[in-house]
Design a protein around this ligand. Structure first.
Ligand SMILES: [Mg+2]
Length: 337
């Protein structure tokens, strides 16, 4: 067993069945059926509304979206095209870039090296960092600054949560005692501030299944433990926040007219659901009451998994191309006005 306290990513998570069949995590389970939107070439995505909006939030998952997935996730790096596009977007007026990840914020910042004014959501929404640029949120709109008062929101563990985390560690450790002597089996544990992620990539499938079943049984001991399942990972978390919660905080802080969210994981479905609800509530109201441009959202799945997103592109290379298009098109729109 290898304990890795530095970083491992949330592995790419693909629901083999609709998420409502996942019993362990009610807050990560969209209640509507997941869909299979047709894959688009990044040049075919309609970005006109995003380019023209007075203020936009560009919210992006990291692993599998900006950075190709790696066998050793600690080596993940953003594609150069996405790095350049994010830098360009972050320099434009009324344009906020946010990274939304299952990684803890410290690791996310180290691996992604985002622009200083980027907002970060880590640990699947449990951590939110608006940095020292929270007071610039008003550039997104006149009503945008009030909710940005708390610049950084990295919660501490309650006594109950500390107890659960300790119980999780003991529970995972106990799996070693179930292994045949001399099996030599190794698996990696990623220790995050609010969770533990067990990685089974490369393990014998029987062993991986046994380990998975053992890990999720921790919830039988503590009902407060949240189980997050994905391809080659099982994560046990003591905070209930989701990426949807994190995205809601970002929207409240920036009050953008338009929002783009790109994600590839099951956990990104919470963000897609949040953005779907946000759009339904605000689209018509914004147009009729303020005369401002219609509130727009683009929900784009990366990869081929079922999703609540309305559009789909193939991979991180397509993401880099799409972000580059948005950056140049938005810059051109702004210079023309
Ligand atoms: Mg991802």
């Amino acid at each position: 067993m290898t304990s890795d306290s530095t970083s491992m990513p949330p592995a790419p998570t693909t629901p083999a069945t609709p998420a409502e069949d996942t019993p362990h995590d009610a807050r990560s389970t969209p209640t509507q059926p997941l869909l299979m939107p047709r894959a688009s070439d990044p040049t075919d995505i309609d970005i006109g509304g995003l380019s023209a909006a007075r203020s936009v939030l560009i919210a992006l998952d990291f692993d599998g979206v900006l950075a190709p997935l790696q066998d050793n996730p600690d080596t993940s790096q953003m594609l150069p095209g996405s790095t350049a596009a994010i830098a360009a977007l972050s320099a434009l007026p009324g344009t906020r870039v946010a990274l939304v990840s299952g990684r803890d914020i410290t690791t996310l910042r180290r691996l992604a090296d985002p622009p200083p004014n980027a907002w970060l959501v880590g640990s699947h929404g449990a951590e939110v960092d608006l940095g020292s640029h929270a007071d610039e949120a008003s550039d997104a709109g006149p009503e945008g600054s009030s909710a940005a008062a708390s610049a950084a929101d990295s919660p501490t563990l309650t006594a109950d949560e500390r107890g659960m985390l300790s119980a999780i560690d003991s529970h995972i450790d106990s799996f070693e005692h179930t292994l045949p002597a001399g099996s030599g089996a190794e698996f990696r544990i990623e220790k995050k501030p609010f969770s533990r992620t067990v990685h089974t990539r490369g393990l014998d499938s029987v062993l991986a299944d046994a380990l998975h079943e053992h890990v999720i049984a921790a919830q039988d001991e503590h009902a407060g433990i949240r189980v997050i399942e994905g391809h080659d990972i099982t994560e046990l978390a003591v905070k209930k926040a989701t990426k949807g919660d994190g995205l809601r905080e970002l929207i409240a802080a920036g009050s953008p007219d338009a929002v783009l969210y790109l994600g590839d994981d099951v956990t990104d479905e919470d963000a897609f659901a949040e953005l779907e609800a946000f759009s339904a509530q605000r689209t018509d109201a914004a147009a009729s009451e303020t005369g401002r441009p219609r509130n727009l959202s683009l929900r784009i799945k990366v990869g081929d998994a079922p999703t609540r997103a309305t559009q789909r592109i193939a991979d991180p290379e397509a993401v880099a191309e799409l972000l580059g298009r948005i950056a140049s098109d938005r810059a051109a729109q702004q210079s023309a006005n």
